[in-house]
Design a protein around this ligand. Structure first.
Ligand SMILES: NC(=O)c1ccc[n+]([C@@H]2O[C@H](COP(=O)([O-])OP(=O)(O)OC[C@H]3O[C@@H](n4cnc5c(N)ncnc54)[C@H](O)[C@@H]3O)[C@@H](O)[C@H]2O)c1
Length: 384
């Protein structure tokens, strides 16, 4: 019988509702051990609570006070999708309440807040805790990961991973919390997009030992939506260039987290170039991946239409397209599978250790970008 895990959602905005949608169409997945059921929701915005009670019939508790939700003994696990400044306090309270947690990135607004979360987590080994990062669940991304894991790529020449947005090019776009350092954090665009670009490199064991970052700030104020202007304080774009030494590999890695990438709406990509094999996937062509084999002959990239070759099998025919909402559901399938004792079909959600390592990279990048110097990445410092 399919096991049920009862969830509370704290933060019912953009991402909270994505989870509701993924959970509501769980029948989309074939052959799952368990399923989530959202029984409680919390948001300080009453309209969003109404959205949940209108659309999710299993919701029995709707509250503006997350501590009330955490006191609910019905709840096994919590999804927390709130502004970054609230991660530390709420994640820690979730863990102390004895609930499993899928927390949103960056998993603490900065390295110090992430350390506080990690310290409490170490007292709760019984809890499953993961950090949200859905883009590697695209089938094309899984192909690139599998090729990298195969060890067949030869000496790696370069890895580039990026997440590119463009709507911030519009200076008239009203400000929101993601453009305010006091709520989003000093990382700016790196805090929003850094976990997305680092998840796969970190999973493959590729940690930059040192790095240099170029931080770009173009839009310094934005409309407040009431006829005035407010300072827009976060970094718009970051390009991080690092050096990775892993086993017998030694190669450069470039990470791009750009909020102003002209023409790009939500492009996540990874490119790995090797002496024997190379691989590339971008959400711009969501059903395809590309690779190249070099055996001394022609250098020709191959492109394959993968369709819906998902990590967790689904009812959708293999010829159909896979999209963002599917990646979200696959990530949730991985989390719920681990809750049920599974191995997430070999690719679990980002771990707290990976979130911690990504803070080490972003902290170094922030210092590098501000001072224009090459900075060693202090992975141990991120864990003390
Ligand atoms: N995985 C992804 O692809 C992805 C995409 C976007 C955002 N995110 C992350 O998700 C998190 C939330 O981002 P979002 O885009 O959903 O933001 P959002 O602003 O749409 O939603 C956040 C919600 O939190 C609520 N909130 C604020 N204070 C609260 C409190 N004290 N108690 C309960 N609710 C409170 C707000 O009312 C709002 O509805 C962030 O960590 C962000 O980085 C992840």
């Amino acid at each position: 019988m399919t096991k049920i895990f009862r969830f509370g959602v704290i933060g019912c905005g953009l991402m909270g509702r994505e989870f509701a949608s993924a959970a509501a169409r769980w029948l989309h997945l074939a052959d799952v051990k368990a399923r989530p059921e959202i029984v409680a929701v919390c948001d300080t915005n009453a309209t969003l609570l109404d959205w949940f009670t209108d659309h999710v019939p299993t919701v029995r508790q709707a509250t503006a006070d997350y501590k009330e939700l955490l006191a609910n003994p019905e709840i096994d696990a919590v999804y927390c999708a709130v502004p970054h400044v609230l991660h530390q306090q709420i994640y820690i309270d979730v863990l102390k309440a004895g609930k499993h947690l899928l927390g949103e990135k960056p998993f603490g607004m900065d390295a110090a807040q992430n350390r506080e979360i990690t310290a409490v987590l170490s007292e709760h080994p019984e809890l499953l805790v993961r950090c949200s990062s859905e883009m590697p669940f695209f089938p094309g991304a899984q192909k690139v990961i599998a090729l990298a894991r195969s060890g067949e790529m030869g000496e790696i020449l370069e890895v580039e991973a990026g997440f590119l947005h463009s709507s911030d090019i519009d200076r008239q776009k009203p400000i929101n919390w993601k453009r305010m350092t006091e709520i989003n954090g000093d990382y700016g665009c790196m805090g929003d997009l850094g976990m997305h670009v680092l998840h796969v490199p970190l999973r493959l064991g590729w940690r930059p030992a040192n790095l240099h970052a170029q931080l770009v700030k173009k839009v310094r104020e934005r409309p407040d939506g009431k006829g005035g202007m407010l300072p827009c304080t976060t970094w718009d774009n970051a390009t991080i260039s690092g050096r990775v030494r892993s086993g017998d590999q030694d190669f450069p890695m470039v990470l791009k987290t750009w909020r102003i990438a002209p023409g790009e709406s939500n492009t996540w990509y990874i490119r790995i170039l090797g002496m024997k094999k190379s691989a590339f996937f971008s959400t711009k062509s969501p059903r395809q991946w590309q690779w190249m084999d070099y055996n001394g002959g022609a250098q020709a990239w191959s492109t394959e239409d993968l369709g819906y070759a998902s990590l967790f099998p689904a009812i959708t025919g293999k010829i159909f397209e896979f999209g963002f909402a599917d990646a979200i559901q696959q990530m949730w399938a991985a989390f719920v599978d681990e809750l049920a004792g599974g191995n997430a079909n070999g690719f679990g959600c980002a771990t707290p250790a990976e979130a911690q390592a990504h803070h080490a990279v972003l902290t170094a990048a922030l210092r590098s970008g501000r001072d224009d110097v090459v900075v060693p990445v202090d992975y141990d410092g991120a864990s003390v």
